[in-house]
Design a protein around this ligand. Structure first.
Ligand code: PMV
Length: 356
């Protein structure tokens, strides 16, 4: 083989969905004709974040035996065995698309820029950072590779680690999943949406850490509960329509419509959880306190600020950059009291993964 040893480092950000991915389909084939995993039942769109990132280095050392796939994993300098199964599964899923990996022993070193058990999922940023590094090796083996192929395949591989991770490769706004009104959309990887109005440039996301504990129900289990869910089909149709609507909203800079659509999507996501069988609730009392405070503040001040939620109790507060000072003051005065240990993270729209 041409490359005996190599080392790469990438940082990849988290992302926050505006139209949510919730539910998978299990009867689709990938472009090699194998049964595909992690295919979304509906398309989604997200803001790529800027500050919540995973930084990951991979060292590849050629080995003589290609029988077993082998790697070591270090998190913040410590050897970590409990993260290994997820990474093992990622490598098992991507092996058929990256047969060269078997020739190497891989050492992975990873860290996050956000507090470890903050309830912020590191799977999107973590899997995206891993996928970028794998693609750097592939590029070293095949220097002719185009940038377009590099990023598409990186997103494809990241998806196999964690579905929403495929939206963390690029910025600032990414669509993933087949959408009736987006001709180049795909279930296999994310594509960037570049037509956002100036009003959505530098959009802010302040993440209020309401509950930093381990989630009671993982997103894998939650997605699976959408099979046989009584409202699943209507939800998938709604997501298609909401994506059509939000693309227009982002193009036109219609912040009021953005607020309505985004908040409705967040509550619909949690409504799906509450109407699954078994049912579950990931919001906490403080999640609702914060939502009500945001509504009151918006009514009283007419400042365009809204919330969204992912699969947990934390609240993402979204607002344009030009009201940042006022909103941060409101957060400090009225919302921090509902955060665990008063913790929150200031983030904003970002550009996707970077090689270091
Ligand atoms: O990527 P997963 O399997 O962890 O699912 C993420 C699901 C949501 O965060 C709730 C929604 C989304 O589109 O990111």
């Amino acid at each position: 083989n041409l490359v005996q040893s190599a080392q790469f480092s990438w940082e990849a950000p988290s992302n926050i969905a505006l139209v949510k991915y919730w539910g998978k389909i299990d009867n689709e084939l990938d472009f090699q004709g194998n049964k595909a995993s992690q295919i979304p039942a509906n398309p989604s769109i997200s803001f790529t974040l800027n500050n919540c990132k995973t930084i990951t280095s991979l060292s590849f050392e050629q080995k003589s035996s290609t029988e077993d796939f082998s790697f070591d994993f270090y998190f913040e300098g410590q050897k970590k065995e409990d993260f290994k199964p997820k990474i093992q599964k990622f490598f098992e899923r991507i092996e058929v698309f990256c047969p060269y990996l078997k020739n190497y022993h891989i050492t992975i070193e990873s860290e996050n820029t956000f507090p470890h058990s903050s309830g912020i999922a590191s799977s999107a940023s973590g899997m995206a950072a891993l996928a970028m590094n794998v693609m750097s090796l592939e590029k070293a083996l095949n220097p002719e590779m185009s940038d377009d192929y590099f990023f598409k395949k990186a997103s494809f591989l990241a998806r196999l680690g964690s579905g929403s991770a495929c939206r963390s490769v690029k910025g600032e706004v990414v669509i993933w999943g087949h959408h009736k009104d987006t001709s180049d959309s795909s279930n296999l990887y994310g594509i960037d949406f570049v037509e956002s109005h100036e009003k959505f440039k530098n959009f802010q996301d302040t993440i209020l850490l309401v509950d930093k504990g381990e989630k009671q129900v993982s997103s894998t289990v939650g997605h699976n509960l959408m099979y046989n869910h009584p409202f699943a089909n209507q939800r998938f149709v709604q997501a298609q329509d909401n994506l059509t609507a939000i693309k227009e909203i982002l193009k036109n800079g219609d912040v009021d419509s953005f607020i309505k659509l985004v908040e409705s999507e967040a509550l619909t996501l949690h409504a799906m959880m509450m109407t699954s069988m078994p049912y579950f609730i990931l919001m906490k009392p403080n999640t609702l306190e914060i939502i009500n405070k945001i509504w009151k503040f918006r009514t009283e001040t007419a400042i365009p600020v809204c919330f969204t939620l992912d699969a947990g109790a934390n609240v993402h507060v979204l607002y344009p950059e030009n009201v940042k000072e006022k909103v941060l003051q409101f957060i400090q005065n009225e919302l921090v009291a509902y955060c665990q240990n008063g913790q929150y993270i200031c983030d904003q729209i970002g550009n996707g993964a970077n090689q270091l």
